[in-house]
Design a binder for this molecule. Structure first.
Ligand SMILES: [Zn+2]
Length: 200
């Protein structure tokens, strides 16, 4: 639990863009949004350091990332193009708390508190963006698991292998923003529709 004057920095690190908000209790101090840089570690450190210079000690950093997370360690991320496990501690030196979670898990947690979760107790949240993310809540509780339904393999395309990071022909490798931009139009709309219908 944060004290009265403590600052929390929330960051959404996406494959395409990065957004942040720095808040004191009940007060927004700073916010911004920009394209995600290839060196996103340095970009995160630069944002954090410049906010610390302007506003002082930041007590907690909450970072949502587009990949599977366990114990603050992010696994391979298709949207970020990383194949190795990543930690983020070096980006936020001096922060007392660093919380790294899958971005959809964080979104679903918010949804269960203030959105559709107020009405429904079991739901699946799907985000079709740079990658494809999913998160599941059962009995109002978001499951903190490596769901990765976006990487479910589907047998829709048999003419061409659609590559992902560590496998092929998964949903994200065919229908995510990143996959479609890579394909340069060779993947037609009917195939995308049939792949989406297969899973949704
Ligand atoms: Zn995949």
């Amino acid at each position: 639990m944060l004290g009265n004057n403590e600052l929390i920095l929330g960051i959404d690190l996406g494959g395409t863009s990065l957004s942040y908000r720095l808040e004191a209790p009940e007060k927004l101090l700073a916010s911004g949004s920009m394209a995600t840089s290839d060196n996103f570690f340095k970009q995160l450190a630069n944002i954090y350091e410049s906010l610390v210079r302007e506003f002082g000690l930041i007590n907690a950093v909450s970072l949502g990332v587009p990949g599977p997370v366990k114990d603050n360690v992010m696994g391979p991320s298709f949207p970020l193009g990383t194949e190795e496990e990543c930690t983020f501690d070096r980006c936020f030196k001096g922060a007392s708390h660093l919380i790294v979670k899958n971005d959809l898990f964080m979104a679903l947690t918010a949804e269960m508190t203030e959105g559709h979760g107020v009405v429904y107790k079991n739901l699946v949240l799907v985000s079709i963006s740079t990658g494809i993310g999913t998160a599941v809540a059962v009995d109002r509780k978001p499951l903190d698991i490596r769901g990765e339904m976006g990487h479910q393999r589907i047998g829709v395309i048999d003419t061409e292998v659609a590559k992902c990071i560590n496998h092929s022909n998964c949903w994200a490798s065919m229908c995510s923003g990143k996959a479609i931009s890579k394909k340069e139009g060779s993947l037609d709309f009917d195939l995308i529709k049939s792949a989406n219908l297969r899973l949704l």
